[in-house]
Design a protein around this ligand. Structure first.
Ligand SMILES: [Zn+2]
Ligand SMILES: [Zn+2]
Length: 184
């Protein structure tokens, strides 16, 4: 959930400008995407000290490596990490699509909860636990008591390979890991 403090009026204004100019557009799947219209060559020093060159988008900072052959590397401007894009997206989304997405997500979870009460789910769940002989597929030690979704992409019509038998302790750890990763 986006906090008020992340809302940045200046960035939102800049986002509007970019939308009007056609540098970015609304993504059909929600959110925004950069069309990367201007990508000058830059020189980038990698964490291991090696230098590579690539085109970097002025708007979103996307970097696409290209061959160094025949290029005067020293003359190139330096790659700069681009935090402005993240600020801009937050500002844009804070105003509309994030709220929509949250509403959408609330509906999705309600449907998912209802699905977990259906015989179809009970049947899938039982077969996945049987397949694993009742042993947690994460630690291969504890008794599996739950079924984990490796992805929610097909929730409701999951192929059974997307489901794993898991013990309560492994499931908690995994959920915690996923949560940490999503919040960064
Ligand atoms: Zn871009
Ligand atoms: Zn386990």
């Amino acid at each position: 959930m986006i906090s008020e403090s992340r809302y940045d009026a200046a960035a939102a204004e800049r986002g509007d400008e970019l939308l009007r100019a056609g540098d970015i557009e609304k993504h059909p799947a929600g959110g925004y995407r950069c069309l990367c219209k201007s990508m000058p060559l830059t020189r980038r020093v990698q964490s291991n000290g090696a230098i590579c060159i690539g085109n970097q988008c002025r708007v979103c900072g996307r970097f696409a490596v290209v061959s160094k052959r025949g290029v005067d590397v020293a003359a190139l401007p330096e790659y700069r990490s681009n935090e402005a894009w993240g600020v801009l997206l937050s500002a844009l989304s804070g105003r509309d699509y994030l709220r929509e997405r949250e509403a959408h997500s609330a509906i999705w979870w309600a449907e998912y909860d209802a699905y977990l009460k259906t015989p179809a789910w009970q049947n899938r769940r039982r077969r996945v636990l049987d397949r694993a002989n009742g042993i947690c597929e994460a630690c291969l030690e504890a008794k599996a008591t739950q079924v984990h979704h490796t992805t929610y992409r097909h929730a409701g019509n999951e192929p059974l390979w997307e489901l794993r038998a898991i013990c309560g302790s492994c499931h908690e750890k995994l959920t915690e890991l996923d949560r940490t990763r999503e919040s960064t």
